[in-house]
Design a protein around this ligand. Sequence first.
Ligand code: QV4
Ligand code: CA
Length: 486
Amino acid sequence: YSNPTCAAGRHTITHLFEWKWTDIAQECERFLGPKGFCGVQISPPNENRVVTSPNRPWWERYQPVSYHLTTRSGNEEQFRDMVNRCNRVNVRIYVDAVINHMTGGGESGRGTGGTSFNPGSLQFPGVPFGPTDFNGGGQCQTGDGSIHNYGSANEVRNCRLVGLLDLMLGKDYVRQKVAGYMNHLISIGVGGFRVDAAKHMWPADLTNIFGRLSNLNTAYFPSGTRPFIFQEVIDMGGEAIGMSEYSGIGRVTNFIYGIKLAQVFRNQNQAKYLRNWGEQWGMPSTSDSVVFIDNHDNQRGHGGGGGVLTYRDSKRYKMATEFMLAHPYGFTRIMSSFSWNEANNWEGPPHNGDMSIKNVHVSGDGSCGDGWVCEHRWRQITNMVGFRNVVMGTSLAHWWDNGNYQIAFSRGNKGFIVINAQGSDLSTTLTTGLPSGTYCDVISGDYSNGRCTGSSISVGNDSRARFTISGSSQDPVIAIHIGAKI
Ligand code: QV4
Ligand code: CA
């Protein structure tokens, strides 16, 4: 399940957090397809609890009520249209699968699709799940049924994550319902799943459930293709459960990655040490890893939060993202956020007066408005997604550093990046590994049809080139590749 199932030549996904299906379909056609993105991680598509206190927080989507495909992002018809239109332009849809639990708390109510539920009596008629489908006192020994001690593997997996009713995934009926939900999505044409709260499920239960999944829809994928699965396991070390228990099943989310890179680009750890970035920093194998600078939780202090770079610190964020996309390690994901008031980390997406999610408005210059940040559209980031596609398969070579915060490296003979994280000027001649010629710096500008709107770099017959990056630049990076030769 570790193969991302991207269309040929595409290697990065973006998480369009809380976007509506109609907007994602358009974004695939007008932007993600043409710019070479592999796919989109979408917010959970299944019916969730309507939380009104606070008013419609983003996290209500992690409180399932049923597996009907009706949420604030859209209904099943819109979901199907999105999957079809995105696949038609070679962009895959990856579903955030919330399968560890259903909503908790005492009060009964109705979900985003109108389905009733009653957590007090453990009744979810929309699936249906009933009292015998959840872990209880027999499986979880904490007094209130919730997780308190992350040092106990049994507690983390059999008790309730923040009070959310914990599904008994060892039971055949529950496995069948969960696999049924995932197979419904596969039949529609999704490419795979981000598995929410994987750490809270037994590896053997996940193996069993994934074993029940169908091959991907042959309308879009070669026959016999298994779904791509990446499991959310927050492992910073020091807990009972680690990534290695899951990396044999599918990929795992690598949370160390963004924390360590934030330290480098905040000038707390010299960039020269990135020379051996990857497994040697205590991270899982590259082929088991999904990497990112921030995610929807840790950008706002949830799930392993704190210390990561986000769009708010845009200069450093771009630099870290550029490094990530240039470096061979891991399968890359770009966070695409909505802005929120930092004091209210529960705030949901931009919405209209009736609390429906706002359309994503794109201006003439390609930037988003109305509270949608669209990091994936930032020129430096988009162009490095293209860089990664061009250099894929080559290894890191021609490493250079100044012994401090200025670094450079090539990807084989296909691409070269120079990063000045030092705050003082860089001016030096480096061996790029690239064939001679004039290249477009895809950080300072865009390349199209032989023309470059940014600065250009000439590489001599000896493969050397002169690089100058001011210490006070807002974009202290130069990146060139053979797909952008002038
Ligand atoms: C409250 C009390 C509890 C009480 C409970 C029930 O705090 O003590 O037991 O009521 O009465 C929200 C609220 C939380 C509330 C809970 C249940 O924030 O206060 O509990 O709902 O009503 C997201 C948010 C959570 C949110 C949850 C459900 O981050 O705050 O909880 O959605 O709406 C660990 C895990 C990791 C997890 C991470 C956040 O190992 O797996 O925490 N990350 C994933 C998702 C994340 C999501 C969940 C898991 C849950 O990425 O977004 O949590 O599906 O590190
Ligand atoms: Ca569990």
